[in-house]
Ligand binder design. Structure first.
Ligand SMILES: Cc1ncc(C[n+]2csc(CCOP(=O)(O)OP(=O)(O)O)c2C)c(N)n1
Ligand SMILES: [Mg+2]
Length: 434
């Protein structure tokens, strides 16, 4: 079992770019360049070459390389020499294509006026959602952000229910009351999208606490549920992040903090906003492993996710995983995306995670071009069906307006006439028209 401080050994260098401030190197408790350590408490070893400190600053080995070492070792041990079976590969491919096609359709529907409010798409980041969530059981929980449609789909919420929610219809997963940023499904243990950044992290920590409480206090021995908390790089500068890392490590909660570092927080570059841009290093500061992985490679994400999820399931506590990824569209559909450098966008576009998986599967005879095309066609139909279903579904009745807003819909105040204020038809006047 990994102890809290052995966790620091998993710190690995990150190559966001050459301008990373050297202050992040000095006097670290642990020098990743000189150590060979076990990976997340497993028997796998991260082999890191010995290099001189100064060289390390100039020619920083990427942590992506470090993770690929894990992957290489795994490859060497496995009899088939591959990281996935054919069945697993097809499932990953289908989930990623579903995420991408769904989001592309959302953009079309948004510009046709079918959706209300802000809509944030996930294009480019699919390897993170698929790489992590497809390893979960239904009882495990996922907590998302406002960029939540694809997390919901990976967790098994039907495309129809997600699209209807976006259209504000009663058949949506929140009966049309949540919209794009508030996907929720009790049935699938999707514990919400959240509009405020960082808002979901304490909710996820609470869910993980529940699992531990059920197992250890209520003696439900088979309760080994894990919670994944997804959030962005910009969110890691908020207080909830630090508070929850502390609680999760203190109580050894079964949670994985998954940072989707897409290098930008709306128009603010991560490197300009953060004193030490290597987010994964903040894990060991709280006594939990921190690992950086190439978030454009679903197979690498999956290997890291497996270790972190199993570690949580074994009761060994939380892990912080930083996935370096990129969003292929603007921050939201209202963002003209004029701030990011076209060369940067092109660099990441060339590493499209779906194209990479396709290449891997074909090169390793896990699937034929025709098989993958058939999946794409099937998903096109699923997404089109979702739109038709959402379009034909009814809008909520006016009486639904205040349902599920307060625990007791009558509990929010008695007016001067002694009657509940919500019973007065004028109460909502000027604030909503339904
Ligand atoms: C508490 C809070 N402060 C500010 C905002 C405004 N805001 C919306 S998105 C965003 C950037 C978040 O960036 P990041 O965490 O990197 O997530 P990404 O959008 O890149 O997925 C901010 C500051 C907010 N939603 N909530
Ligand atoms: Mg971001």
């Amino acid at each position: 079992m990994a102890t809290a401080y052995s966790a620091t050994k998993f710190v690995q260098p990150l190559s966001l770019n050459a301008t990373v401030n050297s202050r992040s190197h000095d006097k670290s408790l642990f020098d990743p360049f000189r150590t060979s350590s076990s990976f997340l408490g497993s028997t796998l070893k991260l082999r890191v070459n010995s290099v001189k400190f100064n060289q390390a600053i100039v020619h920083r080995r990427s942590a992506v390389v470090a993770v690929s070492e894990v992957v290489k070792e795994k490859k060497a041990k496995s009899s088939s020499n591959l990281l996935i079976t054919k069945k697993e590969g097809l499932e990953l491919y289908e989930d990623m294509v579903l995420g991408r096609s769904f989001e592309d359709m959302c953009a079309q529907m948004y510009y046709r006026g079918k959706m209300f409010g802000f809509v944030h798409l996930y294009n480019g980041q699919e390897a993170v959602s698929t790489g992590f969530i497809k390893l979960l059981k239904n009882e495990d929980s996922v907590v998302s952000t406002y960029r939540d449609h694809v997390h919901a789909l990976s967790k098994g919420v039907p495309a129809r229910a997600v699209m209807s929610e976006l259209f504000g219809k009663t058949t949506g997963c929140c009966r049309g009351q949540g919209g794009s940023m508030h996907m929720f499904s009790k049935e699938h243990n999707l514990l919400g999208g959240f509009a405020f950044i960082g808002e979901g992290i304490p909710v996820a920590t609470g869910a993980a606490f529940t699992s531990k409480y059920r197992r250890e206090v209520l003696k439900e021995a088979d309760c080994d549920h894990v919670t994944l908390a997804f959030f962005g790089d910009g969110t890691c500068n908020n207080g909830q992040f630090f508070e929850c890392l502390n609680m999760a490590a203190l109580w050894k909660l079964p949670i994985v903090f998954v940072v989707e570092n897409n290098l930008w927080a709306i128009g603010m570059s991560h490197l300009r906003a953060t004193s030490d841009p290597q987010i994964y290093k903040k894990g060991p500061a709280f006594g939990m492993p921190g690992i950086h992985v190439d978030g454009m490679d679903v197979l690498k994400v999956r290997e890291v996710a497996k270790e972190a999820i199993e570690r949580a399931r074994r009761g060994e506590g939380p892990t912080l995983v930083e996935c370096e990824t990129y969003r292929f569209r603007g921050h939201s559909l209202a963002d003209p995306d004029e701030l990011r450098d076209p060369a940067e966008k092109a660099r990441y576009a060339a590493r499209d995670p779906i194209t990479s998986l396709k290449k891997y599967m074909i090169e390793n005879n896990l699937a034929s071009e025709a098989q993958l095309k058939a999946i794409e066609k099937k998903i096109d139909e699923v997404v089109e069906d979702a739109v038709e279903f959402a379009d034909e579904s009814p809008v909520p009745l006016r009486s639904q307006l205040l349902e599920n807003v307060f625990a007791d819909p009558k509990g929010f105040g008695i007016g001067p006439d002694g009657r509940y204020r919500c019973e007065d038809p004028k109460f909502t006047e000027g604030t909503a028209h339904v």
